[in-house]
Design a protein around this ligand. Structure first.
Ligand SMILES: NC(=O)c1ccc[n+]([C@@H]2O[C@H](COP(=O)([O-])OP(=O)(O)OC[C@H]3O[C@@H](n4cnc5c(N)ncnc54)[C@H](OP(=O)(O)O)[C@@H]3O)[C@@H](O)[C@H]2O)c1
Length: 251
């Protein structure tokens, strides 16, 4: 731990900051000294969190599936806090159901947010990250994928596919941007006690997940947030690429 730096002077942006991993990550980054822009759709939650974190936290209500809203958010963050040099693309949705039910609306929501939303978040905030790297300052892209990227669960085929896309995207970006000084970290959490499950529309899948959670004893969001903050706080020449974080009994 003694090799970790403070994050004073860093400007972070966290998507999905209104709950779960995103809110916990914003707290951890702010505690280390970063200015933190909080992105999600529920403005009331973002404002409450910003009030808790102080005047270096900026609530920015934005839908991560709307590329124009993300561009506007990037401009707002740059204007108020400075260009972001630490981007945590975390917002995601998990809607398991048997594939044969053909729930295209749910497939679309997952693909739009988990894949396109991550792409557009990284695109919109990349200029600040590249500028930091060009100036020999720490520069981080962090994506929140999932254990689901590397395994399969019945009912989760589409969700797993979106997370596999995120994991592979991180590897590709690392190849493209690592030599320019940008660290690209792919975080793959296992089961967490989240709001994520509240959105599940399929009754059987929601109940199965609740029972599984009882058996495993899940992580809490802060377990993942602490790891993300540690990644960003490493000296700039140290790159932690892939982080699989699981409840011990799930491993
Ligand atoms: N929980 C787990 O077990 C687990 C395990 C592995 C990976 N993950 C991944 O971790 C990430 C965070 O999940 P979580 O557990 O923290 O879930 P969560 O508590 O449900 O949080 C999801 C966040 O995404 C935001 N969001 C949803 N739709 C959005 C949109 N269209 N635009 C902007 N923000 C949007 C939500 O805020 P608003 O509704 O206010 O927009 C919320 O802040 C996800 O990518 C998830 O796949 C979770």
């Amino acid at each position: 731990m003694d090799t970790l730096n403070a994050l004073d002077g860093r400007v972070a942006v966290v998507t999905g900051a209104s709950s779960g991993i995103g809110a916990a990550t914003a707290r951890r980054l702010a505690a280390r000294g970063a200015a933190v822009a909080l992105l999600a759709r529920r403005a009331d939650r973002l404002e409450a969190l910003a009030a808790e974190l102080g005047d270096r936290a900026l609530p920015v209500a934005a839908d991560a599936t709307d590329p124009d809203a993300l561009d506007a958010a990037a401009a707002t963050v740059a204007g108020r806090l400075g260009p972001a040099d630490l981007v945590v693309a975390n917002a995601g949705v998990m809607l398991p159901a048997p594939f044969e039910e053909g729930r295209r609306d749910e497939w679309r929501r997952m693909v739009d947010l988990n894949v396109m939303g991550v792409l557009d978040t990284l695109r919109a905030f990349l200029p600040g990250v590249l500028a930091a790297a060009d100036a020999d300052r720490p520069a981080d892209l962090v994506v929140v994928s999932s254990l689901a990227a590397r395994t399969t669960f019945t009912g989760y085929a589409v969700y797993c596919a979106t997370k596999a896309a995120v994991t592979h995207l991180a590897a590709g970006l690392r190849a493209e941007l690592g030599a320019r000084g940008v660290r690209v970290t792919n975080v793959e959490p296992g089961l967490i006690d989240p709001e994520l499950a509240d959105h599940i529309g399929h009754d059987g899948e929601r109940e199965a997940l609740a029972a599984w959670r009882e058996t495993i004893g899940p992580l809490v969001a802060d377990d993942v947030a602490a790891a993300i903050a540690d990644v960003a706080a490493r000296p700039a020449h140290v790159h932690l690429g892939d982080l699989l974080i699981q409840p011990t009994r799930q491993a």
